[in-house]
Structure formats: structure tokens, C-alpha cells
Design a protein around this ligand. Structure first.
Ligand code: ADP
Length: 644
């Protein structure tokens, strides 16, 4: 057996990349090594099923962490399968899979663009030890051998040595000689933290000798100086080993689900809904997801904010920020997905990984939407509660995920002119209630229910008995555009375009009257145009008002006032939108103003009235006034002039 050997070129390349570009997340080395140790035990257990003589002298399956502060080493030992010299050579000296090569090329070409989480997500295997160690020693002896073993050693500089070594037991010790800046991995609390974070649910115990020093300072009430501390060393298991998602549903108690929920969500409440299922076939995975009772704000733990469902591979934590797993519109979910189809390590096909994740996501989305539809149907009150908390997030899926858009549309709830405050309707029920003469689904976008419910534009719809949906979530402005039609009925904003609710017969009937009204108001409309100038796009008589004197509306493609506000809130620079000013030709105020047109002595008063009328329309549409000072002056003057 020759002593010093050279790594295959691509291994050295991988090493360089691991050492240099993964710096930001180097703590994952422990996860990788613990996972290898756990795999080694699984394989030993598997082989010993066929040949129980292999178990002689092995004892209970165990992984052990040992710290030597003086030598500055951290050792990860397992009593698993171990490796022969040939296996060490082929497993650790080369990279077998072509996927790794492709990954390497991608890495070296896109070093800047590759986020560390991505690399972290797929792991870097054994080589990640060189992120924290300047020398790595592997002592290993295959299970079933009576003596012997090998010692592999490398400084990660292109060379390694491989020599025979008498290892007392079977299994593998990976000894990391820690770099100066990685000394923290000698500390008990650090190791505890990392085991909890990444490897808590590993099936085999991860143990460590914990040293406690107890000073006996008092004896019979008197203080004693200079006495040696009492040292006790106890072996503790650092991981809980309890992966409840791996268990059968009927074997898990409600309290256990709740306790695990609190663990993954940092929420102090019970979960709103627990979804536990497993999938076999094209991909295999187990999932335990939760819908929280309320959105989680994590005021005291801002770092929790963008954490979501945790991805595990073989019980080993990989990441909790994975958009390929849970799409953004289901970000309120918490829990775990554990797959045996995903590689922990880069040494397997990268492309396949992505594909498996896509299949998992598809399955997960379907499951959650199924649960929600079922709840909506069978427990509508409970569903309303869900919607109040997470509806605004869920409905962004209509925009983000066209394949599930229709399903999500059915899950949407809205308040409307026909619902009590706080109660909501689905689009399906809305359509069921539509009178035959109604051809479109009407809605109004506004900041809140009160603003929507008081909009003058609603008047004609109310008197016709047509229901109008209140869309009060900021995202609604975008989403209605994505929906377009529901059950073949177009969605129509009541504050946009030229609305005429009359049927053909009604139009014919009212035709003459309308013509007369237009003729009567022609001069007034002209005057209003003259006074308001380019503040408005158009001035016309309204068919949507029955009680109010006036309102502002958008043309079919114009931006609503609500949308404008949202865009401004996002710091978008916008030219002021011009709206259409509609007047109710039958309103007493308009009738009286009509009488003032042409009377020279009242010209100034009429101009003030027009300004005031316009200001009023702005206020009801929640559009800020251009000149609030002049508006209030005119209003005060009017009040002073009041003759009663
Ligand atoms: P991966 O685990 O993805 O295969 P690694 O680089 O982590 O990649 O390890 C390479 C190989 O080395 C493993 O597949 C395994 O055969 C072997 N190996 C690593 N650690 C151990 C161990 N503790 N015991 C036995 N074999 C091991």
C-alpha cells in the first residue's frame, strides 16, 4: 500500500471550491458527517440482517462526538459499516458521479451567482470537513473483520496518505484537526446547538461525554479554599431521535402534533390545522404540515420571518428556505417534508434533484388545496376563519400559479353589498344569486369595507338588486385582472368604464328621457369642463348614480384611485391619473346649478360650486384634494352665505 497519493483533479477542484466559496455556511460540515455516520449505521444494520455474525462485538448503534481541546480535534465516530482500503480509495479519493462534475462546472462558472443556500441545500459531503479543518484523518475498519483497518489522512492540498492502521473496533472515526478560526466547534454548547438544528431527528443516538466540574465551596457552613473540583463525566444523547412525521398517523397523539408544531413554528398556540401524509411512487416523501391559527409575526425573532417549511432528507435537516418546495402563496405553512429521493450530497444527479422537488411541490400544493376545499365545503365557518388570516396570501397564487388558478378562485371569499359585515361569499355563490338580467360580476376595489360600502357608484347597482363584491385587499387590484372571467361571467369594476345597467327595453323606454336630460344639461356640462380644465378627462351625465350628485370614475383601462395609492406606496412615480367626472342630471343640486348657467351675476358662485362638487367627488373616492385650503375656504364662504 503506497503512502502518499494524489487526489483526482476534479476532487481537488471541488475541495478548493468547498473551502473557498462555502465560507458563509461552514457549520454544515457537522450535518454532513453525522449524516454519513448515520448512513454507515443503516448499511451495517442492513447487512447484518442477512448475516448476524457481523454484529459480534459491535454493541448498540451509536454515533459519538469527542472533543480534545489540547489537540484541537473534534472526532465523529460511528460503529457502522466502515470501509476497506479499496473503498476508502474509491469513495474518498474520487468523485464517481457525472452529476457532480456538471455541478462543479456550474459552480466554477457561476461562482458569484450561486447562493450559498443552494450549495448548502444539497450538501457537499465529506469534503465539507475541510471548511473547518486543516487536516482530516479517517480511521476505519469494515464490519465483520476481526482486526486491522486503515488510516487515511489529508490536508486538503491535493495529496493524501493511506496506511494500514490497527483500529480497535469496527466502524469509522473522522478526526478533524480544527483550523484556528473554527475553534468554536470544540465547545459543548455549539455542538449541542448544531446537532439540534440539523440532526435532531437522526434515528441513531448522537452522544457526547459531558464533563461537569463541581466546586465544593462550603463544608459545615465554612468556606473552603483551594479544593479540587469534583469532576463527573456523563454520556448524553444530544438528539431527540423522534421524527414524528415518520410515524403512522394513528400512532401520533394530538398533543405530540401540537408540541412538534410549537417546535417548528416557535408559535405558542395550538396549530389551526395539521396535515400529515406520505407519498410513495414516483417520488417518496413524508410530510407533516401545519396551518397556524394566526399569521406568525415573530416580532421577537425577526430571523424567523422568512423561514418556512423545513426540508429534510433522511431525517437530516437541509433548509427551511426552499421555494421549490413550497410556493410563496402557501408561505404561511409550517412543518416538515422529509424525502428519501433527494440527495443530501452533491455527488448525485443535480438535475434529478430539481425534478423530484418539483414533483413534491405539486403534490404538496394539491394536498393543501384539497384540505382547504374540503374545509370550505364541510366547515364553512372554520374556513372563513382561515380566509381572514391567510386569504390575502393564498389568492396571490392566482397570479403566481396559473395551473392552480381555477382551484384558488373557487377558494376565494369576498364581502359584498349582500353580506353582513365580516361575512363573505364565494364567487360560485355570487353567480348563483345573480338575477337573469345580470350579465357580469360586479366589484369595487377600495381600501376597506366602509369606503367600498359608501361609494356613490354603488347606487344604481343597489337599486337594480345587483350584488357588488368588495375587494379590499391590495392584491385584489392585480388579481381581478388575472381572473378575467369566472364561470364565463366577466368581472367588471363598477368604478371603471361606461356602465349602463338598463336592458334594451329599458333603454328604449328611457331613451327619450335621457336625450332630454342630455339636452338640458349640455350647457352645464360645458361650463364644468371649462372650470375644471385638465383636472378631468371627461365630464358626462351618469347612469350609475341615483342618490348622489356626482362621482369620479375611471375609463376602462385607467388606474383606480386605490391602485394609484398602492403604486405610490411602493414608491412608483406616476403621472396624476385623470378621471371621468360624472354628474347625476336629476339631482336637485345639479338642477339648481343648471339654473345658474348663463346668469352673469352668478358666474363666480357657479364656478365655486363646480370646484366644491369636484372636491366632494374626490373625497368620496378617497383621492386627496389638489388644494384643500381653497376647498375649505369655498366651503366656509358658502356656509356664511347660507340664507335660511
Ligand atoms: P455521499 O455520502 O453523498 O456519498 P460523501 O462525500 O459524504 O458523499 O461520502 C462519500 C462516500 O464515502 C460515501 O458514499 C460512503 O460510501 C463513504 N463514507 C463516508 N463517510 C463514511 C462513514 N462514516 N462510514 C462509512 N463510509 C463512509
Amino acid at each position: 500500500m503506497s503512502e502518499t497519493r494524489q487526489f483526482k483533479a476534479e476532487v481537488q477542484k471541488l475541495l478548493d471550491l468547498v473551502i473557498n466559496s462555502l465560507y458563509s455556511n461552514k457549520e454544515i460540515f457537522l450535518r454532513e458527517l453525522l449524516s454519513n455516520a448515520s448512513d454507515a449505521i443503516d448499511r451495517a444494520r442492513f447487512e447484518s440482517v442477512k448475516d448476524s455474525s457481523l454484529l459480534e462485538g459491535v454493541g448498540d448503534w451509536k454515533i459519538k462526538l469527542t472533543v480534545d481541546e489540547d489537540a484541537r480535534t473534534l472526532t465523529i465516530s460511528d460503529n457502522g459499516i466502515g470501509m476497506s482500503a479499496e473503498e476508502v480509495e474509491s469513495n474518498i479519493g474520487t468523485i464517481a458521479s457525472s452529476g457532480t462534475k456538471a455541478f462543479l462546472e456550474h459552480l466554477s462558472e457561476n461562482k458569484e451567482s450561486l447562493p450559498p443556500e443552494l450549495i448548502g441545500q444539497f450538501g457537499v459531503g465529506f469534503y465539507s470537513s475541510f471548511m473547518v479543518a486543516d487536516e482530516v484523518t479517517v480511521l476505519t475498519r469494515r464490519i465483520g473483520t476481526k482486526s486491522g483497518g486503515v488510516k487515511w489522512q489529508s490536508r486538503g492540498d491535493g495529496y493524501y496518505t493511506l496506511v494500514p492502521f490497527d483500529k480497535p473496533g469496527t466502524g469509522t472515526d473522522v478526526i478533524l484537526h480544527l483550523k484556528e478560526d473554527a475553534e468554536q466547534y470544540l465547545e459543548e454548547w455549539q455542538l449541542r446547538k448544531l446537532v439540534k438544528k440539523y440532526s435532531d431527528f437522526v434515528e441513531h443516538p448522537i452522544c457526547m461525554d459531558i464533563r461537569r466540574e463541581e466546586y465544593e465551596r462550603y463544608e459545615e457552613g465554612k468556606r473552603i479554599e483551594g479544593k479540587e473540583p469534583k469532576v463527573t463525566i456523563t454520556e448524553e444523547t444530544l438528539n431527540s431521535q423522534k421524527a414524528i412525521w415518520q410515524r403512522k398517523k394513528d400512532e401520533v397523539k394530538e398533543e405530540e402534533y401540537a408540541e412538534f408544531y410549537r417546535h417548528v413554528s416557535h408559535d405558542f398556540q395550538e396549530p389551526f390545522e395539521t396535515i400529515h401524509w406520505s407519498v410513495e411512487g414516483q417520488v417518496e416523501f413524508k410530510a407533516l404540515l401545519y396551518i397556524p391559527k394566526k399569521p406568525l409575526y415573530d416580532m421577537f425573532m425577526p430571523e424567523q420571518r422568512d423561514k418556512g417549511v423545513q426540508l429534510y432528507v433522511h431525517r437530516v435537516f437541509i433548509t427551511d428556505k426552499c421555494e421549490e418546495l413550497v410556493p410563496p402563496y402557501l408561505h404561511f405553512l409550517r412543518g416538515v417534508v422529509d424525502s428519501s429521493d433527494l440527495p443530501l450530497n452533491v455527488s448525485r444527479e443535480m438535475l434529478q434533484e430539481a425534478k423530484a422537488l418539483r414533483i413534491i411541490q405539486k403534490n404538496l400544493v394539491k394536498k393543501v388545496l384539497d384540505i382547504l376545499s374540503d374545509m370550505q365545503e364541510k366547515a364553512p365557518e372554520r374556513y372563513q376563519e382561515f380566509w381572514t388570516n391567510f386569504g390575502a396570501t393564498l389568492k396571490t397564487g392566482i397570479h403566481l400559479d396559473p395551473t392552480n388558478s381555477e382551484r384558488i378562485q373557487k377558494l376565494m371569499l369576498f364581502e359584498s353589498t349582500m353580506t353582513e359585515e365580516g361575512k363573505r361569499t364565494t364567487l360560485e355563490d355570487y353567480v348563483k344569486r345573480m338575477p337573469e338580467s345580470q350579465k357580469e360580476i360586479y366589484f369595487i376595489t377600495a381600501e376597506n369595507r366602509a369606503a367600498a360600502a359608501n361609494a356613490p357608484q354603488l347606487e344604481a347597482f343597489k337599486s337594480k338588486g345587483y350584488e357588488v363584491l368588495y375587494m379590499t385587499d391590495p392584491v385584489d387590484e392585480w388579481i381581478v385582472q388575472d381572473i378575467g372571467k369566472f364561470e364565463d361571467k366577466p368581472l367588471q369594476s363598477i368604478i371603471k368604464g361606461d356602465i349602463d345597467l338598463d336592458t334594451e327595453e329599458e333603454k328604449a323606454e328611457k331613451g327619450e328621457k335621457w336625450k332630454a336630460l342630455e339636452a338640458d344639461n349640455k350647457d352645464l356640462l360645458e361650463k364644468v369642463r371649462e372650470v375644471l380644465g385638465d383636472k378631468v378627462k371627461e365630464v358626462r351625465l351618469s347612469k350609475r348614480l341615483t342618490e348622489s350628485a356626482c362621482c369620479l370614475v375611471n375609463d376602462e383601462f385607467g388606474m383606480t384611485a386605490n391602485m394609484e395609492k398602492l403604486m405610490k406606496a411602493m414608491n412608483q412615480d406616476l403621472p396624476a391619473a385623470k378621471r371621468i367626472f360624472e354628474l347625476n342630471g336629476e339631482h336637485p343640486l345639479i338642477v339648481s346649478m343648471r339654473g345658474m348657467v348663463g346668469d352673469k351675476s352668478k358666474a363666480d358662485t357657479l364656478a365655486d360650486y363646480i370646484e366644491l362638487l369636484y372636491g366632494q367627488a374626490c373625497l368620496t373616492a378617497q383621492i386627496p384634494l389638489d388644494d384643500p385650503l381653497s376647498f375649505s375656504k369655498k366651503l366656509s364662504a358658502l356656509m356664511v352665505d347660507r340664507k335660511d
